[in-house]
Design a protein around this ligand. Structure first.
Ligand SMILES: [Mg+2]
Length: 211
């Protein structure tokens, strides 16, 4: 068995160790300098829409936003072919109690093609408004359609979404600026109408917390 102690380090061994230690220190210093900041980032600025309370006026689409068809068809087969979607009545009544002005803006082009009568549609929408707390003055309907088969409704109407006419009428009637107004809808034309009117937009599924 070899009882001899290991050779003592030479001068060059010691120099090498010092150089190595220096390199390690430099590596650690660089790594620390490049570490991301641990402080939390500032909270993003509060957006309107974080809370529905921020708006003076909220304008709702109807079909697919507040109601669905009873028949299961995509579009109403008759004027009374509708039922409330879950949570809508409660939510709208809460918003009204909070003092937010509520309006409805709905395209009812089915009338322009003879699928439904204007009087029947108006009757059903009037029932909806009474149930959910929208005042009669807060109901905006566009029956016109540029390709209507019934001549009196054949009109390229500025009120028909995605155009902004109905939203502008509502903002004027309720004395609300675009930045005080939110449109809630379920289709691209609702989104476009809000954009064209300069107001905020929320998808119905987000607004009512559907999942
Ligand atoms: Mg809709």
């Amino acid at each position: 068995m070899d009882m001899k102690s290991p050779n003592p380090p030479t001068y060059y061994d010691i120099i090498e160790e010092i150089i190595m230690a220096h390199r390690i220190r430099e590596i650690i210093k660089t790594a620390v300098a490049n570490m991301p900041l641990t402080q939390p980032l500032p909270a993003p600025a509060k957006q309107k829409g974080d809370t529905k309370m921020d708006y003076k006026l909220i304008i709702f689409d109807v079909d697919g936003t507040l109601t669905e068809t009873k028949s299961g068809a995509q579009f109403r087969q008759e004027a009374d072919d509708w039922q409330w979607l879950p949570n809508r009545l409660t939510r709208l009544r809460q918003l009204k109690q909070q003092g937010i002005r509520l309006a409805i803006a709905t395209n009812q082009g089915g009338v322009a093609f003879g699928y439904m009568e204007m009087a029947d549609v108006l009757y059903e929408l009037d029932i909806m408004c009474k149930e959910c707390g929208v005042s009669p003055g807060g109901l905006y309907i566009c029956y016109n359609h540029p390709k209507a088969t019934i001549p009196i409704y054949k009109h390229d109407d500025d009120r028909r979404k995605p155009r902004p006419g109905m939203l502008r009428d509502a903002m004027k009637d309720f004395d609300a600026d675009p930045d005080e107004t939110l449109m809630v809808g379920d289709r691209p034309e609702d989104f476009e109408a809000a954009k064209n009117a300069g107001c905020a937009f929320s998808w119905a599924t987000d607004f009512f917390g559907d999942f």
